[in-house]
Design a protein around this ligand. Structure first.
Ligand code: MN
Length: 225
């Protein structure tokens, strides 16, 4: 087994009542783990076997024939990121610096939250809504279908919301907006902040996600010059 399941950074019932223990357990133990099992199997004996997870994602995205590898690798990575985007610490607050950056990017914190919520409601079918930063440092809310992740679009992910039905159906059935409100109350702004501050660009355009990113990130070349 090349890749391993990262441990959840909190107990399965720690996000209640926003996310139930049943939802967290099913999402983590069934869905997330399945993507891990699949990618570990799919890369055996292929050129992907010796690559980092991020390299597998960016390389396989360019080859239609490797769609299955891309989907499972990206879904494994996306879920690692999703769990880190949440925290039971309900007092997680935006810092002054991040507040200023979000105000500059979206007009106000309210406008940023409204735009994020609109994208969550609007995304048709399955996917994720991301807060990302581009190579010029501009913040953007990105809505991506299915397994697609910001790395393949040369964007730095700061925050993600999983809007596949399995993320909320057990708790709120088809009420995605209610899921969003619950999600928003447990966003880990410290994680957002850390992604924003500590993504390092080196001269080869390599982005190193910070170390405590579930201990699995080894950086990825996003092709920045
Ligand atoms: Mn999911």
């Amino acid at each position: 087994m090349k890749f391993k399941m990262p441990e959840l950074p909190y107990a399965v019932d720690a996000l209640e009542p926003s996310l139930s223990a049943e939802t967290v357990t099913t999402h983590y133990e069934k869905h997330h783990r399945k993507y891990l099992d699949n990618i570990n199997k799919l890369i055996v004996g292929t050129a992907y076997e010796d690559m980092s997870l991020e390299e597998i994602i960016t390389e396989s995205f360019q080859r239609e024939v490797d769609e299955g590898i891309f989907n499972n690798a990206a879904q494994f990575w996306n879920h690692n990121f999703y769990w880190m985007s949440l925290t039971p610490t309900r007092k997680s607050k935006l810092s002054t610096a991040l507040t200023k950056e979000l105000e500059d990017g979206f007009g106000s914190i309210r406008a940023f939250a409204d735009e994020f919520k609109t994208q969550v409601k609007k995304l048709f079918g399955s996917g994720y809504v991301w807060l990302v930063k581009d190579e010029d440092g501009a913040l953007e809310i990105l809505s991506l279908k299915d397994a697609e992740c910001p790395l393949v679009h040369h964007k730095i992910p700061l925050l993600c919301c999983d809007v596949w039905e399995h993320a909320y159906y057990l708790d709120v059935k088809n009420e995605r907006e209610r899921y969003f409100e619950n999600y928003w109350s447990i966003v880990n702004w410290k994680f957002v902040e850390k992604n924003n501050k500590e993504n390092l660009y080196n001269p080869e355009g390599r982005v190193i996600l910070h170390e405590d990113f579930m201990g699995i990130s080894r950086g990825v070349n996003l092709g920045f010059s």
